[in-house]
Write a protein that binds this ligand. Structure first.
Ligand code: LLP
Length: 384
């Protein structure tokens, strides 16, 4: 069975479970992001910190010149500590607390992605108290179906994100006329995550083009932020370690209409970090049921919740013994929940107690979503 590249001598010495981030894969991905986004003279990629906030990962992202897309005061702090310049940080989220807005203003971030007129009013007041100006983009809900998992789609009109298309003019006019402490920089969009069909991004471009024309009847929009959402191939971390960044940026280049001095912004999370990360775990027991056999490992849904929460697939590799004959297993964790299953009926190289398994493509929304349920230790990580 083909596996990723793992330094077994180092991994085997460490207590499991933990996340392993492959520096080379991340470096190659960041290189590709920079090459492919250079199609525009004015473009900025903001890495979505929510996908993975391990300091070593953030530092490499800072070194590659990316900005950050943050959804909390904590993420802004982590991004700045990693060396990402405040003027490359955008701050999104449906419910920013007052302290978070104040902190972002103090740090001098580039822009707030604002989700409602009520939020515009609060930011305006807080900026006035601080004798400063807040720069914002209005987040518009484009009502586009991202054809992805229901729990990770955000751009349909029934969900809580953004300002409705029908309220666009009212929202823009309100900022321009009534909010003296706010500078309206442009518009923001995001329709969902794990999108692999470029037609979805094409549809978003068409919508954005129309919305920008409407908004610019009132005031110029200097910045267009198209959000993130590019998916990865969970089935093939070895064959496609780098996602289709070429196709993604080419789609925007072809379909998004930009005026000469406009700047386009992207907020990619998963596509940048998913394939560089694996959850490393040890087999504790192999248990034979009547018709099935279970490989019971020391990592559980507390370490990687995506399979339990979204029914997400992650490839599992026996990296101690990759060439053993294959058998079929349910690979499960130790948590007292029946949903604590990584994968069912899965064919992989025969496992025995003590073998080390790599649960692949876990760099995004893995470690950051870990919990201490059952009073377990957090997994921690190693960058190799
Ligand atoms: N921008 C905004 C406004 C977002 O809400 C998100 C993700 C992103 C950018 C980055 O999206 P990405 O490029 O990573 O698709 N926990 C889920 C994913 C939740 C995504 C939330 N928003 C999962 O494990 O699949």
């Amino acid at each position: 069975m083909m596996t990723g590249n793992f330094p077994m001598d180092i991994l085997a010495k460490r207590e499991t479970p933990f996340y392993y981030y492959d520096r080379q894969v991340l470096e190659d991905t960041l290189w590709e992001v920079n090459i492919q986004s250079a199609r525009w003279s004015k473009a900025q990629v903001h890495y979505a910190v929510k996908a993975c906030a391990a300091p070593e990962v953030l530092q490499m992202i800072a070194d590659a010149g990316l900005g950050a897309d943050c959804v909390s005061g904590g993420e802004i702090k982590a991004a700045i500590e990693a060396g990402i310049a405040a003027d490359k940080i955008v701050f999104a989220g449906v419910a920013k607390a007052d302290w978070e807005i104040e902190y972002a203003l103090e740090q001098g971030i580039f822009c707030f992605n604002v989700e409602s007129q009520a939020e515009v009013e609060v930011i305006d007041q807080l900026a006035e108290h601080m004798h400063t100006k807040a720069h914002i983009c209005l987040r518009i809900n484009p009502n586009i179906d991202a054809h992805t998992h229901a729990k990770i789609t955000t751009g349909m009109k029934e969900n809580k994100f953004g300002i409705q298309l029908c309220d666009l003019e009212e929202a823009v006019e309100d900022v321009v006329k009534n909010r003296p402490n706010i500078v309206l920089e442009g518009l923001h969009f995001h329709i969902g995550s794990q999108i692999t069909d470029m037609k979805v991004f094409e549809a978003l471009c068409k919508c954005i083009n129309e919305v920008v024309v409407r908004a610019e009847r009132i005031v110029p929009m200097h910045h267009i932020n198209v959000g993130g959402g590019l998916g990865i191939l969970y089935e093939h971390p070895n064959h496609f370690p780098i996602p289709d960044l070429a196709g993604y940026f080419a789609t925007y280049k072809e379909h998004l209409v930009m005026r000469e001095n406009q700047c386009v912004h992207f907020e990619l999370g998963r596509a940048i970090v998913a394939q560089c990360g694996s959850l490393i775990t040890r087999v504790l027991y192999v248990k034979h049921g009547v018709e099935k056999q279970f490989a019971i490992v020391d990592a559980g849904m507390t370490d990687l919740i995506r399979p339990a929460l979204y029914g997400a697939f992650h490839r599992v590799e026996n990296i101690s013994n990759p060439n053993a004959d294959e058998q079929t297993y349910d690979i499960v964790g130790p948590i007292c929940e029946s949903s604590d299953v990584f994968v069912e009926g899965y064919k992989c190289a025969t496992v025995k107690r003590g073998d080390i398994l790599a649960i692949r493509s876990a760099g995004a929304y893995g470690e950051v979503m870990a919990s201490q349920y059952n009073l377990r230790r957090l997994p921690g990580h190693l960058m190799g």
